[in-house]
Design a protein around this ligand. Structure first.
Ligand SMILES: [Cu+2]
Length: 120
């Protein structure tokens, strides 16, 4: 009998934590970096919903991150040493490229191109 109150408190605390978990969960961050030979590394990144992609430019030249395809929109110049990030909330295939070091021809990307796959 003497353990009854603490045990109830414990059960209530656990229930509260479980209830709050989705709200307080911290998104994982996945890195994609520009390389000196004008590629993205990695050029394919798979994440689950609500996680974050961070594009980083450790190169000493400018890269111009831009989306292509119709399902999203992003453009962010990446001077040397800079980064930018995006949280992906919806399942999908998100294509991106460097506007300077790639070319789009009939919707196909050639050069500094990459893709993020977001799944449930
Ligand atoms: Cu570039």
């Amino acid at each position: 009998v003497k353990h009854r109150v603490p045990k109830l408190l414990f059960v209530a605390s656990v229930a509260l934590l479980v209830a709050l978990a989705p709200a307080v969960s911290i998104a994982a961050r996945f890195k994609i970096k520009a390389t000196a030979d004008d590629t993205w590394s990695p050029d394919f990144q798979h994440i689950t919903r609500n996680n974050v992609i961070v594009w980083r430019n450790p190169d000493d030249r400018f890269h111009d991150l831009t989306s292509y395809g119709r399902n999203w929109s992003m453009e962010h110049g990446l001077p040397p040493g800079r980064s930018t990030s995006r949280r992906f909330k919806k399942v999908g295939v998100y294509k991106f490229r460097c506007r300077i070091h790639s070319a789009l021809k009939s919707g196909q990307c050639d050069g500094m191109c990459g893709v993020v796959h977001v799944t449930r």
